[in-house]
Ligand binder design. Structure first.
Ligand SMILES: *Cc1c(COP(=O)(O)O)cnc(C)c1O
Length: 454
């Protein structure tokens, strides 16, 4: 009878390859379309935004893509990341289920995001890029790219969504500590930002708007590229190191998951833990249930339309087919800032259409309840985004209790909540409400989707 709690890999057991689910999909991804011509685009069309190495990863059908040794060297600052068994949480819930969680909060930025920020900065540096421009919502991605940029001596400029710029001064301070420049979006620094401010001077901002601003700046200068923290195939690819490590650690624990749970904003941490297991299943291995948990206030997977849409509000990015609430939709201001994006990653959307995952949505108060229960049982205070995964795992454990099943549940604890304590304070004082999106605005945003015959 093992009561082992912590499953650790040695540095030399850290994966040397990322896993590309595209190689094992029964049906390929729909084409990416040019925003002007609506015709399929090729790698060259993306060259103003990304270095060719990342574009080739974006379209690659190779199953394994090598992690360059210099990237592995940086990864070793916090990887391999630990896997824990949540014995105390199991006891409190009185469940026969075994609950395991992979903890990504051990990175310098406190979340999974440096897993892709580091290789993105590395491949840009290799291509001679001097400056990276990006957007950030909650501040997690901006922090991660600022950290990665500092390692490679690159300039990093971050458009931070206005509400979070005002509400999260410490996130900005961390970005500035790493040497990044942080601008509240919508800003006066871009044509698009000025057009938004002209119409709505006190606009709270959104990820979609901040992306437009970043893209606008990136295409203006040859030495500048754009970096995205989620959604794109190459970002999801980089995150698969989470699931690849977790597979080895589950083997160490002598179990295999029946259910894999992750929270979904743009889909990257979820894909990171889930895609290696989905691929293993597609190649004839065990097929765990795969559960994506999203906020009820921004329900792209459960309520969005599967259609071609822009990745940004200013309609500058290529069109991809994805579950979307409409690129013109501004999600309500709930506290899981990293989950406030109008669209789901095309890969995650496609996998849902193939019936390879289930999606559920929960409200923020019930997610904070779950997060507080987890913190008191396991000691880690989860990020508000991660609370959705915790809630999803607890619901699975309670189902096991009702059904008398000793299943094994694995979830991704994608980050800690140390910069989000205002949200916890609000929860404790009863000041947190369950935000509902505006049905009329959603209908309008969906009606405005670009018409694409494909
Ligand atoms: C950014 C972020 C998310 C949402 O992004 P995904 O691409 O869906 O992973 C979730 N959790 C944390 C902690 C984040 O920082």
């Amino acid at each position: 009878m093992s009561q082992q709690t912590k499953f650790l890999l040695n540095e030399d057991q850290m994966p040397k390859f990322w896993y590309n689910l595209q190689a094992d999909l029964p049906k390929p991804l729909p084409a990416v379309l040019h925003p002007g011509t609506l015709q399929p685009i090729g790698p060259d069309d993306l060259a103003p935004l990304f270095p060719m190495a990342l574009i080739m990863q974006e379209v690659s059908q190779e199953r394994e893509i090598e992690i360059p040794e210099p990237v592995r060297e940086v990864y070793r600052l916090w990887r391999p990341a630990p896997l824990f068994r949540a014995h105390r949480l199991e006891k409190i819930l009185g469940t026969p289920a075994k609950i395991f969680y992979k903890y990504e909060g051990v990175s310098p930025a406190g979340s999974h995001k440096p897993n892709t920020a580091v290789p993105q900065a590395f491949f840009n540096k290799e291509a001679g890029v001097k400056r990276l421009v990006t957007e950030t919502g909650a501040g997690q991605w901006g922090t991660s790219l600022a950290f990665a940029g500092s390692l490679y001596g690159m300039e990093v400029e971050v458009f931070q969504v206005r509400v979070s710029y005002d509400q999260k001064p410490y996130r900005r301070a961390v970005m500035e500590t790493y040497g990044a420049r942080c601008v509240a979006s919508p800003s006066n620094e871009t044509v698009y930002g000025r057009s938004v401010l002209a119409k709505t001077p006190d606009h709270p901002g959104s990820l979609g708007i901040a992306i437009s601003e970043a893209v606008e700046l990136a295409v203006q200068r040859d030495d500048t590229k754009y970096a995205l923290g989620s959604v794109l195939n190459h970002v999801l690819l980089h995150q698969t190191i989470i699931g690849l490590e977790a597979m080895q650690q589950m083997e160490m624990a002598d179990v295999w998951p029946d259910v894999v749970v992750g929270c979904t904003g743009g889909g990257s941490n979820f894909a990171g833990i889930a895609f290696p297991f989905i691929g293993h299943g597609l190649r004839g291995g065990a097929k765990p249930r795969i559960v994506a948990v999203e906020p009820a206030a921004c329900p792209s997977l459960t309520r969005g339309k599967y259609a071609y849409d822009f990745g940004d509000t200013g309609k500058m990015t290529p069109l991809t087919k994805l579950h979307t609430l409409g690129s013109q939709f501004t999600p309500p201001g709930f506290h899981a800032g990293g989950l406030r994006y109008h669209g789901m990653a095309p890969m995650v959307s496609h996998v849902k259409e193939l019936g390879l995952l289930e999606a559920v949505a929960y409200n923020q108060i019930e997610c904070f309840e779950a997060g507080v229960m987890f913190a008191r049982a396991e000691g880690i205070v989860p990020a508000p985004e991660a609370n959705h995964a915790v809630k999803g795992a607890i619901e699975e454990a309670l189902r096991c209790k009702r059904e008398g099943k000793a299943e094994t549940i694995l979830f991704n604890l994608c980050g800690h909540g140390h910069f989000d304590m205002t949200a916890y304070q609000k929860y404790f004082s009863g000041g947190l409400t369950d935000e509902h999106y505006d049905e009329a605005e959603l209908a309008m945003a969906l009606a405005g989707l670009p018409s694409v015959s494909a």
